[in-house]
Design a protein around this ligand. Structure first.
Ligand SMILES: [Fe+2]
Ligand SMILES: [Fe+2]
Length: 278
């Protein structure tokens, strides 16, 4: 990354940070009406909350591995540290709801954590650009997941859960905006390469840790049945708006795919690899 791009990332981080300090910070003990928490939550909702907590629990892997990839970029590295702080609150909030609602005991949570942290999450992509594209989609999708669960949970009339999900969804929107603006910085420099990498990431995207969390498949099916997230929702409510926010049309994406397929045929490499060779 050249110094101009680097400076832009740093400016983007400062803007993100000041905005977060000014308007988005929240307090885990004070800002959630814990005394109004529901006492007999729906088991399906409990299951989904626990699976979201599981995804948030891979924080040590997310922060350390991504930080290592971008350590030379001050804007991105400082963002990552700040992001880690915010994500750490997400798992705490979900855990507090699980225990305070009586859905799980402290002992059950500790045992669950042990299983979670016994497995390691690895980066799904190996370049900073692909990882930024992945996190752009993933943060948007995570926000959508929290909003979807909030809607499903509305009927259970639990003001504490409602507030937790609203705060988490708002944080995820902030994260998405940083990554999306970061992708735009890459686009100013080499738009074609970004669109080609995006084409690859869109088609290989999976929510983080789904293959390593306990009961990942069953949880995924439950989340689909509740209408919170599935492949169709991903294409319609994640890919489409993310493309729009980046100013990339479906046609431009298709064009990138055609270019990559042609390049891969001529040099005998998979399309994604052919993109990296350019
Ligand atoms: Fe989060
Ligand atoms: Fe996030």
């Amino acid at each position: 990354m050249n110094p101009t791009q680097e400076n832009k990332f740093y400016e983007l981080y400062l803007e993100y940070f000041h905005k977060a300090e000014d308007r988005r910070r929240w307090n885990l003990q004070r800002d959630i009406p814990w005394n109004e928490i529901g006492r007999a939550p729906d088991p399906g909702i409990v299951q989904v909350v626990q699976s979201f907590m599981a995804v948030e629990l891979y924080l040590p892997d997310y922060t350390s591995k991504i930080l290592h990839l971008i350590r030379a970029s001050r804007g991105r590295a400082w963002f990552q540290a700040n992001w880690g702080y915010e994500e750490s609150k997400h798992s705490l909030a979900l855990e507090m709801w699980l225990t305070r609602s009586g859905s799980r005991t402290d002992k059950q949570i500790r045992e669950f954590e042990e299983v979670i942290l016994g497995r390691e999450w690895n980066l799904p992509y190996d370049t900073p650009l692909e990882m930024m594209l992945y996190t752009t989609l993933q943060e948007f999708a995570t926000g959508l997941n929290y909003r979807g669960l909030r809607k499903v949970a509305q009927a259970s009339n639990d003001p504490a859960l409602d507030k937790v999900l609203a705060l988490l969804a708002r944080d995820e929107v902030g994260h998405f905006q940083f990554f999306k603006d970061g992708v735009k910085i890459y686009m100013e420099h080499d738009r074609e390469r970004v669109v080609e990498a995006l084409n690859f990431v869109i088609h290989t995207f999976r929510m983080p840790a789904m293959d390593i969390i306990p009961d990942g498949k069953e949880n995924g099916e439950l989340i689909g049945r509740l209408g919170i997230f599935d492949d169709r929702i991903y294409l319609r409510d994640v890919v489409r708006p993310v493309l729009q926010s980046l100013g990339i049309s479906v046609e431009e994406l298709r064009e990138a795919r055609r270019r990559l397929n042609a390049a891969s045929r001529s040099i005998g490499l998979a399309p994604a690899e052919a993109g990296k060779q350019r």
